[in-house]
Design a protein around this ligand. Structure first.
Ligand SMILES: [Zn+2]
Length: 590
């Protein structure tokens, strides 16, 4: 598919004959203030009895059905200039009886008001266009090139995208781009408005940073730091597979997150946190993460992750490779680019191990299952998620580190996970049209390690065993010690909401769980005393090895819960220290 796309891309749109069917999308913003975009899809020369227009249900990279069709309205269609009706044939698809007409126009409006990295946002000041949420797919044209015209309101002076511009004179505020297939159109966001920009080059490839929204980004050396991150990341594989790269930075009120694309990424940063050193470093890690995806997932990928079916879930057991390995590298990139000392880096990794090993769900869900279920677990967490599962990001990152150690030790420091990525890259270049199977991945790891690591992978990817960290890390000279940390606890987390103390989480197997306290219970009293300050009041009464009576309200009904026991539990607290010879350690830590 990728190869076919490339060949088609080499034929300029203008060189196609008059008989070749063409597709042209256009988007305008006459109601930007109300968060609407107006889209038109023009088909010429198709000659088909009917045509289906389908809105994607999800955005690649974000594994949740978002049903973008729900935001479509005011649909109209015409064939050779005459208005014709449409028929809905499923949740995503509008069908028109085009009866071999030579020109078809299909128009609709889309509501876009979600400020996130995976959908679109439009208001009077700007538009962040995330194309799976805007442009319908027309199946006969999926693998064909086309063009996109964007008409901006007069006050929006800039438009940034990694799509290839089409030369030619256009009215002021109008921009035109070409794409080689629907996949490319769907994958390349556009940002329009009056955003700040930064520019730099990596390996001769121009990089543009477009920053939307107010923030204190000018207070840090973001351009230089990001360039260093990109150069360090590029050095892993040794070549940069794009002609241009765009970082879309969305300044946001709170929170974060990112999404990868083949030639760009979107990253969010709290707008006034840029001068908070720890938060800024975390954000640089996110930028490295999304940039590493330029290779790992957008090109090197498990079979299920492209070409995509936009209408339904695309399952894989290998999201731990796509996301876990990428998460492992985002910290390693920060270390290699000089943002962490060795000690700080090992402390970070130990922190991830502790997060994983203190989560009850690690005994119940394997990495492969967590990946398969991303659509219904990772992206749809509930109050019991920590008890029932793990994240393929977190465990994937820990397993990636352990795997790196096994490869370094097996090859006496001559090979590392970097070499696995290089082999995967060479494999991608041989057959870009399809991703690797689970078996092919294991074979490539073994080839690099020079040792059969199938049992290791099977144990920690398909199984739920707790890794013997001390033994697994010792072979590369890393000392792992679990000193543990004692905690007196009932095993629940609470939060104040509208003046009430609400239980948010009950930990499997501890006192609150065993006595029958439930998430969403409102805590009213302990041993007959009104709870005013949440857990503080509770732990004033509760001591290790005693138990208490809790009065709660559940769905408006009062109930007494007896024998809620407080216990001393030992939490995992791993510490990692570099102890071995530099030959092995420098492959892992530098
Ligand atoms: Zn990712």
């Amino acid at each position: 598919m990728k190869l076919k796309r490339l060949l088609i891309f080499l034929i300029p749109v203008s060189a196609m004959t008059a008989k070749d069917p063409t597709i042209h999308y256009s988007i305008a913003f006459p109601e930007a203030h109300a968060h609407y975009a107006k889209v038109e899809i023009k088909l010429q020369g198709l000659q088909a009895p009917y045509v289906d227009f389908s809105m994607p249900s999800w955005t690649p990279g974000s594994y949740l059905l978002r049903e973008f069709a729900k935001s479509v309205e005011r649909v109209e269609a015409s064939a050779d200039g005459k208005q014709i009706p449409y028929k809905r044939i499923d949740k995503n698809t509008w069908r028109i009886a085009s009866k071999n007409a030579s020109e078809i126009r299909f128009m609709y409006h889309v509501y876009a008001s979600e400020w996130s990295v995976r959908t679109s946002f439009i208001d009077a000041d700007m538009a962040f266009m995330h194309n799976t949420s805007l442009f319908m797919q027309v199946k006969p044209f999926s693998a064909l090139p086309g063009t996109l015209t964007v008409e901006l309101p007069e006050s929006w002076k800039q438009l940034h995208t990694s799509l290839e511009p089409v030369d030619g004179k256009l009215p002021a505020g109008t921009h035109r781009f070409r794409f080689s297939s629907y996949d490319e159109l769907a994958d390349e966001p556009l940002l329009a408005g009056n955003q700040d920009t930064l520019q730099f080059e990596v390996a001769g490839v121009p990089h543009l940073v477009a920053i939307a929204g107010k923030g204190n980004h000018a207070e840090v050396s973001f351009r230089d730091d990001l360039k260093k991150i990109c150069e360090t990341t590029t050095a892993i594989i040794g070549e940069l597979p794009c002609k241009r790269y765009t970082f879309f930075v969305l300044n946001t009120e709170a929170g974060g997150g990112g999404l990868e694309h083949a030639n760009s990424s979107t990253v969010m940063m709290p707008r006034w946190q840029w001068n908070n050193a720890a938060r800024y470093k975390q954000f640089l890690g996110l930028c490295g993460h999304e940039y590493f995806h330029l290779w790992n997932v957008k090109r090197i990928r498990p079979e299920a992750l492209g070409p995509f079916d936009y209408s339904k879930e695309n399952h894989t057991r290998m999201l731990w490779v796509a996301e876990g390995i990428t998460s492992y590298y985002d910290e390693l990139i920060l270390r290699r680019a000089g943002f962490y000392t060795r000690e700080a880096y090992l402390e970070k990794i130990a922190g991830y191990i502790n997060d994983l090993e203190n989560r009850p769900g690690r005994h119940y869900l394997s990495l492969a299952e967590s990946s398969w279920d991303a659509w219904i677990r990772e992206y749809r967490p509930n109050e019991n998620s920590k008890n029932t599962g793990i994240s393929y990001y977190l465990k994937g990152q820990v397993v990636a580190f352990l795997l790196d150690v096994q490869i370094v030790a097996a090859s006496n420091g001559r090979r590392s996970l970097d070499d696995v990525m290089k082999v995967l890259w060479a494999d991608y270049k041989k057959r870009p049209e399809r991703g690797f199977s689970d078996e092919e991945f294991v074979a490539m790891v073994n080839e690099v390690a020079g040792k059969d690591l199938r049992a290791f992978l099977d144990q920690f990817v398909n199984g739920v065993d707790t890794p013997d960290y001390a033994a697994l890390l010792k072979i590369a000279g890393i000392q792992a010690v679990n000193s543990g940390k004692e905690e007196n606890t009932l095993g629940m987390q609470v939060q104040q909401e509208n003046g009430r103390w609400i239980v948010k989480y009950v930990e499997r197997g501890l006192g609150a769980w065993n006595a029958g306290v439930s998430a969403n219970d409102e805590l009213i009293a302990i041993n007959g005393m009104r709870i005013q300050t949440g857990l503080e009041d509770i732990y004033r009464v509760m001591k290790p090895d005693n138990s208490a009576n809790l009065l709660v309200s559940r769905a408006g009904l009062i109930r007494n819960i007896d024998q809620v026991a407080c216990r001393t539990v030992k939490r995992n607290l791993w510490k990692l220290e570099a102890k071995g010879t530099d030959e092995l350690l420098s492959s892992l830590l530098d």
